[in-house]
Design a protein around this ligand. Structure first.
Ligand SMILES: Cc1ncc(COP(=O)(O)O)c(C=O)c1O
Length: 451
């Protein structure tokens, strides 16, 4: 293959000032660039490549579908693959989360859930309900509606004038409890904050509350404490507010269970997923809703006034099915549950380093928080960009981590955390390699930053 020169390059990259290596092929948990360098995909991209790269088993049925028919528009036809995929998802989802609305990614799924929640209340005569409450230090997507919900200051700031003026509550972030509580004194003030904001805004205006079961890239794999979502569920029910679980990162085995909410035994009204469903083989997202929501639309207006051209096409169905069947065939969810404990044990050893403040996560979704001072939990100055230092040193050793830059986990601006989240089929031996590279990396950055 001939590589384009800088003059011939017409791509508007995410960060045009940064030169990216050119990837040539994938091979399971590995990626190989044009220089022949092999990387372990230790973050599954951005927690998307759950079943690894270029897996023939996954590709075959997608190609087969493509040969039969590649696309039909959702206003004209449906397809067997989409029906079958919805059935598989409904079987995996808890309770009466039984109907799946397909889209092409996480942001589209969040936008869909926002409109669906609004429409649901209007059909039931609650026309004033439209606001959606979310949490600070969260991420729900880059489109304007989803970004309005996102509590990641760094992503919002530039676009603030374009965003919806929706309220945010504090995150459930035990390592830096916003109420200065600990395990003993915690009374779930962070969950009860939802009720305060609902009353402040007026419950008659609130349509939904959205949260990630385990906060992904913005906090660095922070699970909510046990009991948190029970209180959220109660509050939502009391005020006729829909609870949307944003499971774009946590679905389909990533945390060692089918869905992140399964850890808490709480069933949301709408469950948003994407990433690991198409797993990089096809752009795919979904909103799974309870029977009651579907029935409200079906028996009310008979339609949901919304839609995207690419939604629910046969190829998307075949890709999702192929990914879920791969996960099933190889028992990857129980593998992650078991091997995730092994990974966590290994990661906990990093607490010996001065810059490692906290280690947390579930399954194959783990985070390490980097601090300047372990005692006071003071973060590094943003200009240091400790994430970038870790990222680059690991990358040069052939290990991919995420995210590459400051996360702002402390207050939206300051803070560093990175995710260790390899593809779901990563073996113990491969985890040992990841841990070894990580150990050399953290040791080096610890010395560089603290002397
Ligand atoms: C929790 C969560 N929600 C939504 C999104 C947006 O998904 P997408 O980038 O596919 O639009 C992301 C992406 O990282 C995410 O992590």
């Amino acid at each position: 293959m001939r590589f384009v020169t800088e003059e011939e390059d017409h791509v508007f990259d995410r960060a045009p000032a940064r030169k990216l290596p050119l990837i040539q092929r994938g091979e399971g948990i590995y990626l190989i660039d044009s220089e022949g360098k092999k990387y372990i995909d230790g973050s599954s991209g951005a927690l998307i490549s759950n079943v690894g790269h270029a897996m023939p088993e996954v590709i075959e049925s997608i190609v087969e579908q493509m040969k039969r028919v590649e696309f039909v528009h959702g206003t004209h036809f449906t397809s067997e693959s989409i029906k079958e995929l919805a059935r598989e998802i409904a079987q995996m989802a808890a309770g009466d989360l039984n109907r799946v609305y397909f889209v092409s990614g996480g942001s589209e799924a969040v936008e869909t859930a926002m409109k669906m929640a609004r429409g649901y209340h209007v059909i039931r005569g609650n026309v004033q309900k439209y606001k959606i409450i979310s949490r600070w230090q969260s991420y729900h997507g880059a489109t304007l509606g989803a970004l309005s919900l996102s509590g990641r200051t760094g992503s919002r700031k530039l676009y603030t004038p374009l965003l919806l003026d929706f309220p945010h509550i504090v995150p459930a972030y035990c390592y830096r409890c916003p109420f200065d509580k600990d395990g003993e004194s915690c009374r779930f003030e962070c969950a009860r904050d939802l009720e305060r904001v609902i009353n402040q805004e007026g419950p008659e205006y609130i349509a939904a509350f959205i949260a990630e079961p385990v906060v992904g890239a913005t906090l660095g794999a922070v699970p909510a404490p046990e009991g948190y979502f029970n209180i959220i569920r109660e509050i939502c029910d009391r005020y006729d507010i829909l609870f949307i679980a944003d499971e774009v990162m946590t679905s389909f085995g990533r945390t060692g269970k089918n869905f992140g909410m399964d850890h808490y035994g709480v069933i949301p009204d709408l469950l948003v997923g994407a990433k690991g469903l198409g797993a990089g083989y096809f752009p795919l997202g979904m909103v799974v809703v309870k029977d009651d929501i579907f029935k409200t639309y079906k028996e009310g207006p008979g339609k949901f006034n919304h839609g995207f051209t690419y939604q629910g096409n046969p190829l998307a169905g075949a890709a999702g099915l192929s990914v879920l069947r791969f996960i099933k065939r190889h028992n990857l969810i129980s593998h992650v549950e078991e091997t995730g404990r092994y990974l966590m044990d290994g990661l906990l050893h990093f607490k010996k380093y001065r810059i490692v403040g906290d280690v947390r996560g579930k399954g194959f979704m783990n985070g390490i928080e980097i601090v300047k001072d372990k005692e006071t939990k003071v973060p590094f100055d943003v200009n240091i960009n400790a994430n970038r230092k870790i990222f680059e040193k690991a990358f040069s050793r052939g290990l991919i981590l995420y995210p590459p830059d400051n996360t702002g986990n402390v207050d939206g601006v300051k803070g560093n955390a990175f995710l260790v989240a390899p593809p779901l089929m990563t073996t113990r031996q491969q985890i040992d390699v990841i841990l070894n590279i990580l150990d050399e990396t953290v040791k080096e950055v610890d010395k560089e930053l603290l002397g």
